[in-house]
Design a protein around this ligand. Structure first.
Ligand code: AP5
Length: 218
């Protein structure tokens, strides 16, 4: 069973490599960012609360996020293991996750930190665009749809830029997340779960390295 936490700053490629991992290992992808975006689109109570933080590039409060993750991790569809993408993001969340995984008997088995330079992150986020219908992620520089103007996954013709990928928000998002990145790495280094992967490479090379980590028996 692989229960993975993918750590990385905004734009590090967590979502991109998660898709490749799911294809090969059939893990359940749990992205707190995706869950919040869905809640915002449905205008639920959590969604409305999250929006006020996300649109500014701030973090949603720890207790709201941890509750959402516990509910998700408790669902019966998680059979082959899970990928946590974007959670935990603070030490309080990391400690909460320890409690959650103990209660549910689904302990983390690996942590991978994708390391990418700040200038690359800024350039990736400003070039990212998404399919309005299915949420597939593209990039004006590195990943255009195969057929111009048409989503590879669902064929839709409508795309948008995430509100929090606009330049004025990206700056704050990076600052907020950078503060917590080193303490989180230290936390998982100490418990022996952490592996660092160079996220500056092509998506194929990044996945090759991630795959090596995941296929290693403990
Ligand atoms: P979330 O959606 O998790 O955003 P994020 O962490 O900022 O990460 P991103 O989705 O922006 O980037 P990514 O690493 O997945 O990169 P991607 O693969 O798309 O969270 C959004 C917000 O929700 C947060 O700001 C916060 O407010 C709130 N939130 C979420 N979790 C929370 C938590 N735990 N606590 C509190 N609040 C929380 O790639 C980016 C671009 O680069 C794409 O265009 C892609 O095509 C391209 N790309 C990817 N890899 C490569 C590569 N190797 N080479 C070239 N291009 C690449």
């Amino acid at each position: 069973m692989i229960n993975l936490f993918l750590l990385g700053l905004p734009g590090a490629g967590k979502g991109t490599v998660s898709e490749q991992i799911v294809d090969k290992y059939h893990l359940t992808h749990i992205s707190t960012g995706d869950m919040f975006r869905e809640a915002m689109a449905n205008e639920t109570k959590v969604g409305l609360e999250a929006k006020s933080y996300i649109d500014k590039g701030d973090l949603v409060p720890d207790e709201v996020t941890a509750r959402l993750v516990e509910e998700r991790l408790n669902q019966p569809d998680i059979k082959e293991g899970y990928i946590l993408d974007g959670f935990p993001r603070t030490i309080v969340q990391a400690e909460a996750l320890e409690g959650i995984t103990k209660r549910l008997n689904k302990p983390l088995t690996k942590v991978i930190s994708l390391e990418v330079k700040e200038e690359t992150l800024v350039s990736r986020l400003s070039a990212r665009f998404m399919c309005k219908k299915c949420g597939a992620t593209y990039n004006k520089i590195t990943k255009m749809p195969k057929v111009e103007g048409s989503c590879d996954r669902c064929g839709s013709h409508e795309f948008y830029q995430r509100e929090d990928d606009k330049p004025e928000v990206v700056k704050n998002r990076l600052q907020v997340n950078e503060k917590m990145n080193t303490p989180l790495k230290d936390y998982y280094q100490k418990n022996g779960l952490l592996t660092i992967v160079n996220g500056e490479q092509t998506p194929e090379k990044v996945f090759e390295q991630v795959d090596t980590v995941l296929s290693k028996k403990e």
